[in-house]
Design a protein around this ligand. Structure first.
Ligand code: ATP
Ligand code: MG
Length: 252
């Protein structure tokens, strides 16, 4: 079976001034799969994701999207291809409601006015497509939502468009057990719909519960990309903490 990866990056190098943050990084993500991107604090996960999303320009390397070489110079270009990122810091507007957040900067218009009815309907159907039960009205302000509900709004905003790749930077970092469960269910459902989902997480239970593949970074290098079913928790923890585990990872 050879499926073309949705994302396929090779030899990615990125420095901030004199500090090299990504060294020769390879990374692939496949449609219909959840790829967990793991690594300790500062390993380079967010930086890699920002390179994928056109927020940072990388210094060298190849970037293929659905098998085609692409050059992504801005977040807008990434969005146009169908790559959406839910950032570590969410970036929702507290004082706006759910619908306003979902369509921020991409509002539906009808003539000169906003098409509120169409936006409300799309908001409702997207949220129900994610099987979100706990949200009240789509006109609720973000400030009145819980962490898990906010996370779901951020994910809904990413999948409202015709997205093909959705990258979630630590979606469950500050969530309780039930809310984490709900976010993981949403993550799984997106992959089951055929999207390539990339999930950054520090929680090994979450990683093993939801991912098909694991990509492990250590000090700016990609040390292993494996099928989740081929590794143990312990091996992944070793990859994260030392860059190697037995035959896997960096050569000692
Ligand atoms: N804009 C920047 N300028 C300079 N250095 C940066 C910048 N952004 C990130 N770095 C550095 O790059 C390294 C990787 O950071 P990054 O945020 O990618 O890590 P991470 O794997 O996402 O960590 P965490 O799990 O804590 O979110 C860190 O040493 C960080 O200090
Ligand atoms: Mg990060």
């Amino acid at each position: 079976m050879s499926v073309t990866p949705a994302l396929d990056l090779r030899g990615i190098e990125k420095s901030f001034g004199s500090v090299t943050v990504l060294h020769d990084v390879a990374f692939s993500a496949y449609p219909g799969e959840v790829t967990a991107l793991v690594g300790d604090n500062g390993a380079g996960k967010t930086t890699l994701v920002k390179c994928i999303g056109g927020i940072h320009a990388f210094d060298a390397g190849e970037y293929r999207f659905e098998g085609r070489p692409v050059r992504i110079g801005s977040p807008r270009e990434a969005t146009r291809l169908g790559i959406e990122i839910v950032h570590q810091d969410l970036a929702l507007c507290e004082n706006l409601d759910i619908v306003q957040n979902l369509f921020l900067g991409r509002e539906r218009r009808r003539g000169l006015t906003l098409d509120e009815t169409a936006m409300e309907e799309m908001a409702r159907s997207t949220l129900s497509g994610l099987a979100v039960r706990t949200m009240g009205s789509v006109r609720q302000r973000i400030a009145t939502l819980s962490g898990g509900q906010r996370q779901t709004v951020a994910i809904a905003r990413a999948v409202l468009w015709d997205s093909k790749v959705v990258i979630l930077d630590e979606p469950a970092a500050a969530l309780g057990i039930a809310q984490t469960q709900q976010v993981l269910e949403v993550v799984r459902r997106l992959a089951d719909k055929g999207l390539a989902v990339v999930l950054i997480s520090h929680n090994m239970n979450d990683v093993f519960a939801v991912s098909d593949r694991i990509a492990a970074m250590y000090l700016g290098r990609m040390v292993a990309q494996v099928r989740t079913s081929d590794v143990t928790h312990r091996q992944v923890v070793e990859l994260i903490t030392s860059g190697a585990s037995g035959e896997l990872g960096l050569r000692r």
